[in-house]
Design a protein around this ligand. Structure first.
Ligand code: HEM
Length: 452
């Protein structure tokens, strides 16, 4: 097959497309698709980055040729914070870690996880009053952080280490700032942003170290969660038990990867429902018919297909992992294109999911797209909210179940009215978050039939 160079978008002298990238990178990605086609590149100074929203190229990169690529420097910019956790390690170390960790995501654990998710959601909303104003974004973050820490580490970080929430919030904020300009500034440089980040990391490390040591002392009587599993695992190279530092990296990775993503997905879902009353009505009908007055259970999940469709369609329009990248380890061919060694190629589900070739009327919020019948018609690898291949999301099933249960329970009890009807745009930071926090008025689902 003949090989052609990846087209490069014109940019400014010296800085290339830096300004556009910093201002609105989703628009930049979209411009690349319009002007360059299935793949194209932008430049930050002299460094090119290729972007694709093409399903076949994504499959070729993430699955067929995955051994020829490593994690991109974008993800590696989080290494100073997340260390050698599952998200940031190289492929070889990842494969070993993943094999150990996967056991906490086995099917038989899910009924217990479902119970926990429902309990935590009930606790969160038990004091909500009709008419009160609620910052839904914060509420979802608090909820999903509590769930992931209890599920994987048998500890509610919010209750036992309230400072941890603030520290994780700071980490996210400063990581966002670093990613904004894509400058891999070493943490040791005495810049205000680094000082603030370091100031957050120190207490966090102390807290996590206390937490791990406490558990190490009581390991025999500890619950069989991810923390116990890590404490019983040996390092693949040294064959010695994992150190506190290695375990700290995994804990932080899971707290990081496992809460923001699901929280923003839920915030986007409630936002879209508020803007699409007919979808809300259908959702409410399914929830009320199936659950009546009872809280949802693991067994109810398959009886609530429309709830899951709403989540999947939300992830189509607002895939929180809006782009993820790989670096080519050698010169290679991707489809018809030549990829030089060292080139970073980003797959963007955001661009892919809005391509009319894959999804008709792509801007429309239409959960019917994900009925089992329609789902099979979606071209292979054209829907990638959780990635694909050996580095795809390890928490996919957990996240979908969590979002389905929370959405069902909160819809059964409440309806949320947006306090600010203005359009919310997606803000591409570490994840694709709403451009402003979503504030709602809480109403009982019983007092009003219509979502207004
Ligand atoms: C709606 C929620 C979520 C979305 C959209 C999402 C999306 C993703 C995507 C796209 C990747 C792959 C990135 C790449 O290929 O470079 C990924 C990786 C990962 N996710 Fe998720 N995720 C979600 C929830 C979760 C949850 C709940 C957990 C933990 C329980 C989790 C843990 C991870 C980890 C550890 C990785 C790295 C996997 C590896 O490299 O082996 N995620 N996620």
């Amino acid at each position: 097959m003949s090989s052609k160079p990846i087209p490069i978008l014109p940019g400014l002298p010296v800085i290339g497309n830096l300004l556009e990238f910093s201002r609105d990178r989703l628009a930049l990605y979209q411009r690349i698709e319009t002007q360059c086609g299935e793949i194209g590149a932008y430049r930050l100074f002299t460094k090119p980055f290729a972007v694709t929203g093409n399903a076949e190229l994504a499959y070729n990169l993430l699955v067929e040729q995955h051994t020829h690529f490593e994690r991109s420097p974008v993800m590696l910019m989080m290494k100073p914070i997340l260390g050698e956790g599952l998200l940031t390690t190289n492929n070889a170390a990842n494969a070993q870690q993943r094999q150990e960790i996967i056991s906490v995501f086995q099917a038989e654990r899910y009924p217990e996880y479902a119970k926990l998710i429902v309990e935590k959601t009930q606790q969160l909303c038990q004091n909500w009053q009709c008419g009160q104003t609620l910052n839904l974004s914060n509420a979802m973050q608090e909820l999903t952080l509590g769930i992931i820490s209890q599920a994987l580490f048998s500890t509610d970080v919010l209750q036992e280490f309230p400072e941890l929430t603030q520290a994780i919030g700071n980490l996210l904020h400063y990581t966002d700032q670093r990613l904004k300009f894509m400058l891999p500034i070493p943490l040791s440089w005495p810049l205000p942003i680094n000082q603030k980040l370091n100031a957050s990391i120190k207490p966090l490390n102390t807290l996590l170290s206390q937490f791990i040591s406490q558990r190490r002392r009581n390991l025999k009587t500890s619950p069989q969660d991810l923390l116990s599993l890590l404490l019983n695992t040996n390092d693949s190279v040294t064959q010695k038990p994992l150190s506190n530092h290695q375990i700290r990296d995994q804990i932080l990775t899971f707290l990081f990867a496992g809460h923001e993503t699901t929280a923003h997905t839920l915030s986007w879902a409630f936002y879209l429902l508020a803007k699409n009353p007919a979808v809300y009505e259908r959702l409410k009908e399914e929830v009320n018919t199936v659950l009546q007055e009872a809280p949802p259970t693991y067994e109810d999940l398959k009886k609530l297909p429309y709830v899951l469709q709403v989540i999947k369609e939300t992830l189509r329009l607002y895939p929180v992992a809006y782009a993820f990248g790989r670096t080519a380890l050698c010169p290679l061919q991707l489809g018809q294109y030549h990829v030089p060694q060292g080139l970073v190629v980003l797959v963007s589900p955001y661009i892919m999911h809005r391509n009319p070739t894959y999804f008709s009327e792509p801007e429309r919020f239409a959960p019917e797209r994900f009925t089992p019948k329609y789902e099979t018609q979606i071209p292979r690898f054209a829907y990638l909210p959780f990635g694909a291949g050996p580095r795809s999301c390890i928490g996919r099933q957990f996240a979908l179940m969590e979002a389905q249960l929370i959405l069902a329970l909160l819809t059964q009890k409440f309806r949320f009215r947006l306090l600010n009807e203005n359009q919310i745009t997606p803000l591409p930071m570490v994840t694709l978050r709403p451009s402003r926090e979503i504030e709602v008025q809480v109403n009982s689902s019983k007092t009003c039939n219509k979502y207004s």
